[in-house]
Design a protein around this ligand. Structure first.
Ligand code: FES
Length: 269
């Protein structure tokens, strides 16, 4: 069993859980994910790794309650335990000293961006971070992101905090005004990642996106995470989750993401 050692309610629908899983924590790297199952009857769900602590032997994950299992998970408390916790899975982010990089996180996508930004900073990059959410209440890990970046910019869709508008407005400004940006990471809802890729495309800046949101079982078996990258079929959970954002077929990705929506709504009724 895998014990929950800390739970934080970040907003009514966003929860943080730190889970004891020393073997996973020992190997986890930025960009990877885990799969958990609440109990024997539960479905397996993939969640991104927001942080890992090798000394404490823990993995931190931040999730939004969007379906049956994440809602159930959200009702658990510190001291409760999970039946299965498998990982780290997926390919780690390609961390190197690129020079100046921009890390963009939207919604709960800020969570997986955090270890990537930290690793990039440790590798010697100048890290400009841009985080955003629909409203101030849904904005997560501002202080944490500030600690691992050279500069932090914030946007909210409704203007309740920071720039009134989208993270991509701020990204465009940086690309226009700051000279060379070597690489951009963009993680968040699929529509946001598509917007990040379209913003950087005219500037020719390599852009990495994480196709976590389209994964279902995370094991290469369900086929739900098939994504077309540069005309080749890839599985987000095995070949990714990170891909070149300029090569992803976004229309197909958006269709896949909506595939299970009807079924999920039936379960929740
Ligand atoms: Fe099922 Fe990748 S999530 S095959």
């Amino acid at each position: 069993m895998y014990r929950i050692v800390r739970k934080e309610v970040m907003s009514p629908v966003i929860k943080l859980m730190e889970i004891e899983a020393p073997e996973v924590a020992a190997k986890a790297q930025a960009g990877q994910f885990i799969i958990l199952r609440i109990d024997e009857e539960g479905e397996r769900i993939p969640l991104t790794i927001a942080d890992f602590d090798r000394t404490r032997g823990t993995i931190t994950t931040i999730f939004q309650e969007v379906g049956y299992t994440t809602r159930r998970l959200g009702t658990l408390e510190a001291g409760d335990a999970l039946a299965d916790f498998v990982g780290p899975l997926g390919q780690p982010s390609e961390i190197a000293n690129y020079g100046r990089v921009v890390c963009v996180g939207g919604g709960v996508g800020v969570a997986p961006v955090y270890p990537i930004a930290r690793a990039l900073k440790e590798a010697g990059n100048e890290v400009i971070a841009i985080i955003g959410a629909r409203t101030k209440e849904l904005l997560i890990w501002e202080d944490e992101m500030r600690a691992v970046s050279s500069e932090l910019l914030v946007a909210t869709d409704d203007g309740s905090y920071g720039h009134h508008g989208f993270v991509t407005d701020l990204l465009k400004q940086i690309l226009e005004e700051r000279g060379k940006v070597a690489r951009v990471w963009g993680i968040g809802p699929v529509v946001m990642m598509r917007a990040v890729a379209e913003t950087t495309r005219p500037f020719g800046v390599p852009t990495i996106v994480s196709m976590n949101p389209i994964m279902v079982d995370g094991t290469g078996m369900c086929g739900a995470c098939r994504v077309s990258v540069g005309g080749e079929t890839k599985f987000a959970c095995v070949d990714g989750p990170e891909f070149d954002g300029h090569q992803v077929d976004w229309q197909l990705a958006l269709r896949r993401m909506n595939m299970y929506r009807e079924e999920e709504e039936r379960i929740l009724k």
